[in-house]
Write a protein that binds this ligand. Structure first.
Ligand code: ADP
Ligand code: MG
Length: 418
């Protein structure tokens, strides 16, 4: 029973790198080279842990699962990591003293490493089923070599053979299960990234068709008016036509601007920004517009609201939200703007109006492309704003009640001033 217990402990030591790999390394680490180096180190640690808690039997005979990390390291990572991990096994065994056990280790490795390396290429090019077969075959071969080398150097005994056969069964079974596991998790990861890509493509194609439509509208209107203007019996309201045409062209321009903003790659050129200061700037910019709409802007802005952001983008998103707030009050009113730091290290910006408000359904649709209830709206402002705030690792909460008004709450991670 204690043999199984020892092997189970070893098994745990081996699972750790696999979990670390799939939870942290595949997602967070960029570049195959870096991934391979990290993974080699993890398999190395796993080997050392396995060898530190071996199962001992007879005189100085040890068994452990070191072969499995070695096998996976070599099969999945290639020649150099394989040689490195084998070197590690030999060095660590040497550290425990030169004995027959050391010679057995070297002999088994000399017999098995070339075979593993020989199969590594075809393993890399195989599908899941064949990979499992190769790994299991190699595990079987290694244990057999271990059994033979041990017998040749130590002499055969029933007890030793018994333990080694349990070892063989265990190693082969674990190799089989782990290869299946790794391959399945890998498949799931691949599927997920493919799904993500196709989702992106879907959004792009959906957007471009709507986009084309949105641009075509103002162009057609303008074209119509230009045609009218060309008429020798020119109608009286020439000025009106020109005015509408310019408005329509401006609208097309606006759509293009916002659309371009959206497609900009998410290169983070963020700097330390005082959110309160930016808010004040934005209010200055929008002041003229709000006065035209008989809207008063009241502020309560705390000093030192430092965040990590791109100021132009931040302003753009704040302008979009404030413009909506002003536009939501056709008969004028007040917009309250606050900026404070909260207890949980966030910067909280709120923009509250007394406008027409939104129903639950309208709130849910907020931020979808070209969703607008305004006659001359682009329906892109909120989408861009959501995207910008998300790119600063922040979030936006919308509270609204039909006929009562709307409050936008933006929460952004606070950073220290220095
Ligand atoms: P646009 O302003 O061009 O219509 P937006 O994306 O900025 O596009 O806004 C989308 C829609 O969301 C608006 O048409 C409006 O119906 C609604 N909305 C946004 N902000 C508010 C607000 N503060 N109050 C009421 N409705 C709003
Ligand atoms: Mg808007």
């Amino acid at each position: 029973m204690s043999i199984i217990k020892d092997f189970l402990l070893q098994l745990t030591l081996m699972v750790i790198p696999i979990f670390i790999y799939f939870t942290f390394i595949t997602e967070k680490v960029k570049g195959d080279q870096n991934k391979n180096v990290l993974m080699t180190i993890l398999w190395g640690i796993s080997i050392i842990l396995c060898m530190s808690f071996p199962l001992t039997f007879g005189q100085d005979a040890r068994l452990d699962l070191r072969f499995i990390p070695l096998l996976f390291g070599t099969l999945y990572l290639g020649f150099r990591p394989g040689v490195f991990l084998s070197g590690l096994v030999i060095l660590y065994r040497l550290y425990s003293g030169i004995s027959i056990g050391f010679y057995t280790t070297v002999l088994v490795l000399l017999l098995s490493l070339p075979v593993i390396l020989f199969f590594q290429k075809s393993f890399a090019n195989s599908n899941k089923d064949k990979r499992v077969k190769i790994a299991v075959g190699l595990a079987f071969y290694y244990c057999l070599m271990g059994l033979t080398s041990f017998g040749i150097l130590n002499g055969f005994s029933i007890d030793a053979v018994k333990v080694q056969i349990i070892h063989l069964i265990f190693v082969v079974a674990v190799t089989w299960i782990f290869t299946m596991l790794m391959e399945t998790i890998k498949e799931i990861h691949q599927l997920r990234s493919e799904l993500l890509n196709s989702e992106k493509l879907r959004v792009v194609s959906e957007l471009s068709s709507v986009f084309a439509h949105e641009i075509r509208n103002p162009m057609q209107v303008t074209r119509g008016f230009l045609q009218l203007l060309n008429d020798p019996q020119l109608p009286k309201n020439k000025k009106e036509y020109i005015k509408i045409s310019i408005e329509e062209l401006d609208r097309a321009n606006e759509i293009i601007d916002e659309f371009l903003m959206l497609g900009k790659p998410a290169i983070s050129n963020n700097i330390k920004v005082n959110a309160g200061y930016q808010l004040e700037r934005v209010i200055n910019i929008i002041q003229g517009y709000s006065i035209n709409h008989q809207v008063e802007i009241k502020t309560q802005i705390q000093d030192s609201c430092w965040i990590d952001a791109n100021p132009q983008k931040l302003n753009q998103s704040l302008i979009n939200i404030m413009k909506n707030a002003v536009e939501s009050m056709p008969d004028g009113g007040t917009v309250w703007v606050t900026c404070t730091s909260t207890d949980d290290e966030s910067i909280k910006i709120t923009i509250k109006d007394q406008g027409i408000g939104m129903t639950k359904k309208q709130i849910d649709r907020l931020g979808s492309p070209f969703y607008s209830l305004k006659e001359k709206g682009t329906g892109l402002g909120m989408m861009v704003s959501f995207q910008i705030i998300r790119s600063f690792k922040g979030k936006m909460i919308v509270n609204s009640e039909k006929g009562m008004g709307t409050e936008f709450i933006i929460l952004l991670p606070q950073i220290s001033k220095s």
